[in-house]
Design a protein around this ligand. Structure first.
Ligand SMILES: Cc1cc2nc3c(=O)[nH]c(=O)nc-3n(C[C@H](O)[C@H](O)[C@H](O)COP(=O)(O)OP(=O)(O)OC[C@H]3O[C@@H](n4cnc5c(N)ncnc54)[C@H](O)[C@@H]3O)c2cc1C
Length: 433
C-alpha cells in the first residue's frame, strides 16, 4: 500500500496543521465505538465480549445440528447480564427512563447488541433478540396492564428463570397485509377474539413466529368477532393456557437457531387483565412496534454482514495466490473497500434511527431496507472473493449469506418497507399540495 515515506508526510505540516489531521490509531470498530456516548461505548464492548465468549463458538454447530441444541442455557446467560431485560424501563427493567424523553433513543443499546450478537451468529442473535419484539407491545401500549406484565417478565429473568416473549401478527392469509395500511383494509384475518364473562375466547392461528416454539408469553393480535383489522386488539397469551399449542416448526434457510413456528388457538380463554391496551388499539400499537423493531432488524443485517466481511478479510490475509496474499491484489482491495463502504453506510443509517428520540416509520423502514439489501450483497461478495472456500460451511460465510436473506423478508418485506416510507412522508413530502 502507501510507501512509508509518503505516509509520514504529515510530519512536514505545521504544528497546527498536524493537529487538524485525523491519524488512524485504532481499527474501524474501535474508531466507531469512540464516536458513541461513553455509556453506549461501554455497552458495545460488553456485547462484543459476550458474543465472542458465548455465541461465536456455538454458531456453526447449531446451524448444522438443531436437534442437539438447547437454547435455555444461552438465554439464561444473556438474562443474567441484563441483556434480556434491557429494553424494559426502570423500575420494570434495566433501561433508563431518561431515554424515553431524550435522545439517544431507548433502542440504541438494542441496535448495538443486535450487531454484536449477529456478527457472531445471525440465528443465535435472533433467538436472543426476538424477545425484545415480544415485550415491545407491553411497553408501547403505555398502560399499567402492560407494565404489570413487564414486571412479571423482569422478575422471572432476574430470578434466573427462562422467560421468553414472542410477537405474533402474521397469519396464514395475512403477512404483508398486516404490515402495510392499504393491504390491511383487505386483510383476511382469521384469529378472532370473542368477548365473554371476565375476558375473551381466542380462536385462530399465527404462523412464522420467531421463538414461538419456546415462548412463555406471546403478544398476539386478534380481530374482534365479526369485525376487520380495524378492531385488532393485542392480548398477552401464556403458553400454559388451555387450548394454546405450538404447531408446525418451519425448516428455515438461515437464522436457524431461532425457531419460526405456527401457534394454534382453540377456544383459549384470555382474562381481561391480559388485554394489552384498549380494544381496537392493536393496529396503531402494531405500527409503532414495527417502528421500534425495524431498526433492530437493520442492525441484525449489519451484524451478519460484518461477520461475513471479517471472515472474508481474514481469508484474504491468510491465503496466497501466486506470489502474493489475496489481500495484496488491488482488485481484491477494491471489492473489500466496496463491502466496507456498504457496511459503513448501513451502520450510519441504522445508528441515525437510534439518534432520534422516538423511532419513526419512514426512517426505520429506510434503515431496514438499506441494511438488509447491503448485507445480502456484502455476503455475496464475500463468497465471491473466497471462491470454493466461501461455499464451504466451515468458513461461516455461506451461512451468513443464508442468514442475511431473511432480513429482506421479515418485519415486512423490503418492498413493503419502501411503501411504508412513502406512506409516512406522503402528505409532508411526496404528494404535498
Ligand atoms: C423466518 C421468519 C420469521 C418471522 N418471524 C415473525 C414473527 O416473529 N412474528 C410475526 O408476526 N411474523 C413473523 N414473520 C412473518 C413475516 O413478517 C412475513 O413473512 C412477511 O411480512 C411477509 O409476509 P408474507 O410471507 O405473507 O408475504 P406476502 O405478503 O405473501 O408477499 C409475497 C410477495 O408479494 C409482495 N407484496 C405484498 N404486498 C405488496 C404490495 N402491496 N406491493 C408490492 N409488493 C407486495 C411482497 O413484497 C413479497 O415479495 C416471519 C417470517 C419468517 C420467514
Amino acid at each position: 500500500m502507501l510507501p512509508t515515506h509518503m505516509k509520514a508526510a504529515s510530519e512536514n505540516l505545521s504544528t497546527v496543521g498536524r493537529l487538524l489531521v485525523a491519524e488512524r490509531e485504532a481499527d474501524l470498530w474501535e474508531e466507531e465505538t469512540d464516536t458513541l456516548p461513553a455509556s453506549l461505548a461501554k455497552s458495545r464492548r460488553t456485547y462484543k465480549a459476550f458474543a465472542d465468549q458465548f455465541i461465536r463458538p456455538r454458531s456453526l454447530n447449531v446451524d448444522m445440528d438443531l436437534a442437539g441444541f438447547d437454547p435455555v442455557p444461552l438465554l439464561k446467560e444473556s438474562g443474567k447480564r441484563g441483556f434480556q431485560t434491557q429494553f424494559m424501563i426502570w423500575p420494570w427493567g434495566n433501561a433508563s427512563v431518561r431515554n424515553i424523553f431524550a435522545a439517544p433513543s431507548l433502542i440504541f443499546p438494542t441496535l448495538l447488541r443486535a450487531e454484536e450478537f449477529c456478527a457472531a451468529c445471525g440465528g443465535l442473535g435472533l433467538l436472543l433478540l426476538a424477545h425484545d419484539l415480544g415485550i415491545a407491545p407491553l411497553f408501547l401500549s403505555g398502560t399499567w396492564t402492560g407494565f404489570k406484565w413487564f414486571r412479571k417478565v423482569y422478575s422471572k429473568i432476574r430470578a434466573g428463570e427462562k422467560c421468553v416473549a414472542a410477537f405474533a401478527i402474521t397469519e396464514p392469509n395475512a403477512g404483508s397485509d398486516v404490515e402495510e395500511t392499504e393491504g390491511a383494509v383487505r386483510a383476511r384475518i382469521v384469529t378472532r377474539a370473542r368477548k365473554t364473562d371476565g375476558g375473551y375466547i381466542l380462536n385462530g392461528s399465527k404462523c412464522f413466529i420467531s421463538d414461538g416454539g419456546i415462548a412463555d408469553y406471546v403478544t398476539l393480535f386478534a380481530a374482534l368477532e365479526n369485525q376487520g383489522v380495524e378492531s385488532w386488539t393485542c392480548f398477552l397469551v401464556e403458553s400454559s393456557m388451555k387450548g394454546y399449542s405450538v404447531g408446525r416448526k418451519e425448516k428455515k434457510m438461515g437464522q436457524k437457531a431461532a425457531d419460526a413456528s405456527e401457534l394454534i388457538l382453540e377456544d383459549v380463554f384470555v382474562p381481561e387483565d391480559h388485554r394489552i391496551g384498549e380494544e381496537k388499539s392493536g393496529w396503531a400499537l402494531n405500527r409503532n412496534v414495527l417502528n421500534y423493531s425495524r431498526p433492530a432488524v437493520a442492525a441484525i443485517a449489519l451484524g451478519i454482514a460484518r461477520g461475513a466481511l471479517e471472515r472474508c478479510m481474514e481469508f484474504c490475509r491468510n491465503t496466497r495466490l501466486g506470489s502474493k496474499r489475496l489481500v495484496d491484489y488491488q482488485d481484491v482491495q477494491i471489492e473489500l473497500a466496496e463491502m466496507t463502504i456498504q457496511l459503513m453506510a448501513a451502520r450510519a443509517l441504522t445508528w441515525y434511527c437510534g439518534r432520534y428520540r422516538l423511532p419513526s416509520q419512514g426512517i426505520s423502514s429506510a434503515a431496514k431496507v438499506f441494511a438488509g439489501d447491503a448485507a445480502f450483497s456484502i455476503c455475496n461478495k464475500a463468497m465471491e472473493l473466497m471462491g470454493d472456500h466461501g461455499y464451504l460451511h466451515g468458513h461461516g460465510v455461506e451461512k451468513a449469506m443464508r442468514d442475511s436473506r431473511l432480513n429482506q423478508i421479515y418485519e415486512g418485506t423490503n418492498q413493503i418497507n419502501r411503501l411504508a416510507l412513502i406512506e409516512d412522508a406522503w402528505e409532508t413530502d411526496f404528494a404535498k399540495a
